[in-house]
Design a protein around this ligand. Sequence first.
Ligand SMILES: *Cc1c(COP(=O)(O)O)cnc(C)c1O
Length: 394
Amino acid sequence: MQNAPLNHKGRFGPFGGQYVPETLISALNLLEEAFDEAMADEDFKNQLHSELTHYSGRPTPLTFAENTTNHFGGAQIYLKREDLNHTGTHKINNAIGQILLAKRMGKTNVVAETGTGQHGVAVAAACARYGLKCKIFIGEKDIERHPFNVLRMKLLAAEIIPVNSGRQTLKDAMNEAFRYWSGKIVDTFYCISTALGAHPIPSIVREFQTVIGVETKQQHFLAEWRMPTKIIACVGGGSNALGIFYPFLDEPVSLIGVEAGGYGIETGKHAASITTGSIGVLHGAMTYLNQDCTGQITPTYSFSSEFDYPAVGPEHAYLAQSGRVTYQTITDQEALQALSFIAKQEGILPAIESAHALAQAFKEASKMALDETIVVCLSGRGDNDIRLNWFRRE
Ligand SMILES: *Cc1c(COP(=O)(O)O)cnc(C)c1O
């Protein structure tokens, strides 16, 4: 592909790489080999496709948001409905792929980290279905924020490991899961939630999420007989965005990633690692992250636990640096307004993360022509995770 990022030994331009202790390199090499073999094996690909179809419910629809389109009076707005997946987000695409891979590698145990619990629920479900034992690391603060998802994971037979180090959020859960896995690499598979970490993990996650973009391309073509004008997706670690962007990288389509602006960039309380970060290393990869001048991670803020993380996947760092993808920020309040708006207009309750992408689409739609289109990646559903205190803030 002409515009495809350089993927030489896990590098995306200067980003990515394998910044891990030497003892883990052989495990990463084995993972890479197993993944390459699996993706060249028709039986594995058929099994993956069959599970995505009959277990998760793919393909997910591309819904025309007619009332919203009429309200803004500009571009035609379509929603790629990852909220309609089994367990309620795009996370299941990656979980099914990685847990099938774990099983193929002969692993018996799986560890994963989670923020809101969306990834934890997806991994727990896949482990139950494919017969692997599952431990989910989650920050104490996130356990408090998402009791319902913790219950879902327990019902799906996962063991919950509360993490009380650091700020007790996603980064800390990832540290602990990674530390635990480092000592158990022989029988344990680490199923990361997003396109972060050391090579080959970001590429594996992107590959399993690319189904979103492949379907979108076909569905948009059937609806409009052309390419979308813009595609907008929210970016935490960056997996739903990479999944929908990837098949369009070489097409004349404008791609926009939306980061969590929290209380506003000017307040310093946000989680916008591309917009405000600098180049550094976290969790095995060189990427953009929020750090102080000594390289220590600075605190992030977003009212979404999934966005409350100080870095972004290395492929996004490359796509930002090369200018192929543009990145914007949306504040908590703008995301909440977009959530309420789409609920009233279309009868859909999106996840608060997805509402960041919607808010950006609403800013752009009215400036565009009637014969242009925007596809928004609706990464997940919100009806099991709406929190009262969001609406109590001034
Ligand atoms: C986890 C999550 C995200 C953020 O993760 P990405 O890897 O950036 O996609 C976004 N939306 C929902 C609904 C999520 O659960």
